[in-house]
Design a protein around this ligand. Structure first.
Ligand code: SF4
Length: 117
């Protein structure tokens, strides 16, 4: 079904996944298209080498860690989107104001760099 959706203009993997999830077709591991870096930073630290790799990493994390139900995956999607828009911005994330900073691998790596310098 994802392949069929991608035949429409301007629909790539993130758009197709969002339609599948929020359209109630399949509880796929959709990742907000503007914020695939959020979950990757929290769980593993550095982002992928490019957008596609980061998106796939985030998708795998959701697939493995978030129950495959519409409600839970939609909630995860919306929380990641909001967090990326407000706090964990692509450039200059507001780690000092982040409620998950204590659990974030990226934040731990950054503070270790400061300790070592
Ligand atoms: S601590 Fe910083 S890098 Fe980690 S999730 Fe929060 S804003 Fe993003």
């Amino acid at each position: 079904m994802r392949r069929a959706l991608k035949k429409f203009p301007n629909i790539a993997d993130p758009g197709a996944d969002r339609i599948l999830l929020f359209g109630g077709m399949s509880p796929v591991a959709a990742v907000p298209s503007n914020n695939p870096h959020v979950l990757v930073r929290i769980q593993s630290g550095p982002e992928g080498k490019n957008y596609g790799e980061t998106y796939r990493k985030a998708q795998q994390m959701i697939a493995e860690g978030v129950p495959a139900t519409f409600d839970v995956r939609m909630r995860a999607y919306l929380l990641l989107k909001q967090h990326g828009q407000q706090i964990c911005k692509r450039t200059r994330p507001k780690c000092h104001a982040c409620p998950v900073a204590r659990h974030c691998k990226q934040a731990a790596m950054v503070s270790l760099r400061f300790v070592g310098s």
